[in-house]
Design a protein around this ligand. Structure first.
Ligand code: G1P
Length: 290
């Protein structure tokens, strides 16, 4: 069985749910406490054993490339001033992992963004991490999925249960429970209304896919919102491939929308070693006053 050493992070989306903050900067660069959102996802990939990453970018996303590159002038300045701790922090970001970039010229949907990884992936299984979904867990979510893959080789989708009224925000699966936290997928549908949803088990932004996805994507017509959907391309593989859905352990934040972004900030700030305790006290005080 081929090991999973490559992953793809699509970062071409506009970030409309966070406007106006994202008018002139990528949503992936907005900080969650002290790191840009995208770094949490890159770190998850690295801590899951990923050695090569492809970021599918678009116009106005240059800041992401700069962030993971060396910052020569800044580093020289920090070195000269003896600010070694900061220098290490800055340098580590650019040395975490090999990152490749490809541009999606037209925003044709998540499926189309993933199609851009065809050459990079070649003939290996690979991970996909959506940068809007930040997952806080003791074992990285992708690592949990890779462990599942070792016993259940096939497509693996990360899932969680959501309130039935929210099914129209997610890809939803119909599954047959086969193990602890694990379902064999029988059907999947992108963003169904609660009335049409086959369950309340929602796909979150972590996938293990096979190269067969590219053939399927090529034949996948635009679906929901007129965009090529990865959910539809995976559905087309139901007859050929085993597809599993794994209920990961951890808390997921949708940092692509305002409330989720705030919740992620508060949650990570409370865990911060330097000021978490003080922040907790501050929150308690202002909540009591409100
Ligand atoms: C995408 C997928 C959807 C999935 C969601 C998870 O939707 O299309 O199936 O449930 O990510 O975050 P998006 O949120 O990008 O519209």
């Amino acid at each position: 069985m081929k090991e999973i050493k490559k992953a793809v992070i699509p970062v071409a989306g506009f970030g409309t749910r966070l406007l106006p903050a994202t008018k002139a900067q990528p949503k992936e660069m907005l900080p969650i406490v002290d790191k840009p959102a995208v770094q949490y996802v890159v770190e998850e990939a690295v801590n899951s054993g990923i050695e090569e990453l492809l970021l599918v970018t678009g116009r106005n996303k240059r800041a992401i490339e700069d962030y993971f590159d060396y910052a020569i002038e800044l580093e020289r300045e920090l070195e000269e001033k003896g600010k070694t701790d900061l220098l290490n922090v800055v340098r580590n970001v650019s040395e975490m992992v090999s990152i490749y970039y490809v541009r999606q010229k037209v925003a044709n949907g998540l499926g189309d963004a993933i199609y851009h990884a065809k050459g990079f992936v070649s003939d290996e299984p690979f991970g996909v991490l959506l940068a809007d979904d930040i997952i806080d867990s003791s074992k990285p979510c992708l690592k949990q999925m890779i462990n599942v893959y070792k016993s259940y080789p096939g497509i693996i989708l990360a899932v969680m249960k959501v309130p039935i009224k929210d099914t129209n925000l997610y890809g939803i699966i119909k599954g047959n429970k086969i193990d602890d936290r694990l379902y064999e997928v029988e059907d999947l549908i992108e963003k169904p209304n609660p009335m049409e949803a086959p369950s309340n088990i929602a796909i979150v932004g972590r996938y293990i896919l096979m190269p067969s996805i590219f053939e399927s994507l090529k034949d996948t017509k635009p679906g929901k919102n007129g965009e090529v959907q990865i959910t539809d391309a995976i559905k087309n593989l139901l007859i050929k491939e085993k597809i599993y859905a794994y209920e990961f352990e951890g808390a997921r934040f949708d940092v692509g929308e305002k409330l989720g972004y705030l919740k992620a900030n508060v949650s990570f700030a409370l865990k911060n070693k330097e000021f978490g305790k003080e922040f907790k006290k501050y929150l308690k005080d202002i909540v009591e006053e409100a």
